[in-house]
Write a protein that binds this ligand. Structure first.
Ligand code: CO8
Length: 258
């Protein structure tokens, strides 16, 4: 399917979704979010996709929600349409693993989009920020909640209250991103990680996502019980038998998602 604001390529079991509004530094408008929602739904349903990468351009992953689109809206329009709500949940609905490959600016909604993915690989040029306070608003796509869980209250307050940007080294130090790579290698490294994930059993990868995401929603005791039950349940799969047999036979497993 052709999109106006995205370029989607599927190759070697990886769906690469590139945000493509270069004139607005990939600002997230309604069109882009609804296309992203559709592209993720399609990738999730496509058996030839086993991992998804979302990326932007060298200069910007995404510089936030589209300020031009929002600036004149009234409360009634924002609340009445539950602005961005339907499409912004698209990442949480996606069951296959999603990597955010971030170069340049990831600000406001762009930072929030990256945080909603399963892991972030950043180039050494990446800059993260929640500068909504400069516009007279707060984050609206989960920034106050996710950033606080990732980096703790003090740094989250710092980012949201001052609106300053954080560079890639600081983002790695404080656990916002999983790794930082040279800008020229960003997609190569993201593809390498995606290939490793794509080799696993998709059933197990989806179970991992559910277990880790559960840790944000529940108590430690309930989360550990949930994890143990999922662990037990995976013994009903052929992939568990194959994974353990392959280890004992000193060969690579051949997972069949069964
Ligand atoms: N929205 C719309 N257009 C944008 C945005 C944006 N967020 N960011 C940049 N652009 C446009 C600029 O207007 C400019 O367009 P034009 O050439 O037509 O004037 C073009 O992109 C290039 O931008 P700059 O000339 O500003 O480029 P610089 O290199 O000088 O600066 C910056 C780059 C620092 C990234 C700067 O553009 C900037 O500060 N952008 C805005 C960052 C920002 O404030 N982001 C937060 C937006 S609000 C938000 O994300 C809320 C999310 C929650 C929504 C929830 C709904 C429920």
């Amino acid at each position: 399917m052709a999109y106006e604001t995205l370029i989607v390529e599927i190759e070697d079991y990886i769906a690469l979704i590139r945000l493509n509004r270069p004139d607005a530094l990939n600002a997230l408008n309604s069109k882009l979010l609804s296309e992203l929602s559709e592209a993720l739904r399609a990738a999730d349903a496509d058996d030839s996709v086993r991992c998804i990468i979302i990326t932007g351009s060298e200069k910007a992953f995404a510089a936030g929600a589209d300020i031009k689109e929002m600036s004149q809206k009234s409360f009634v329009e924002m609340f009445g349409t539950d602005f961005f709500a339907a499409d912004s949940d698209c990442i949480m609905r996606t069951r296959k693993p999603i990597i955010a490959a971030v170069s340049g600016y990831a600000l406001g909604g762009g930072c929030e989009l990256a945080m909603a993915c399963d892991l972030i690989i950043a180039s050494d040029t990446a800059k993260f920020g929640q500068p909504e306070i400069n516009l007279g608003v707060v984050a609206g796509l989960g920034g106050t909640q996710r950033l606080t869980r990732f980096v703790g209250k003090s740094k989250s307050m710092d980012m949201h209250l001052t609106g300053r940007f954080m560079d890639a080294a600081e983002a790695e130090r404080c656990g916002l991103v999983s790794r930082v790579v040279p800008a020229k290698d960003l997609l190569v490294e993201a593809r390498k990680a995606a290939t490793k994930i794509a080799e696993k059993s998709m059933l197990t990868a989806m179970a991992v996502k559910e277990c880790v995401n559960r840790s944000y929603e529940t108590t430690m005791r309930e989360g550990i019980l949930y994890e143990r039950r999922v662990f037990h349940a995976l013994f009903a799969t052929e992939d568990q038998k194959e994974g353990m047999a392959a280890f004992l036979e000193k060969r690579q497993p051949q997972f069949r998602d069964k």
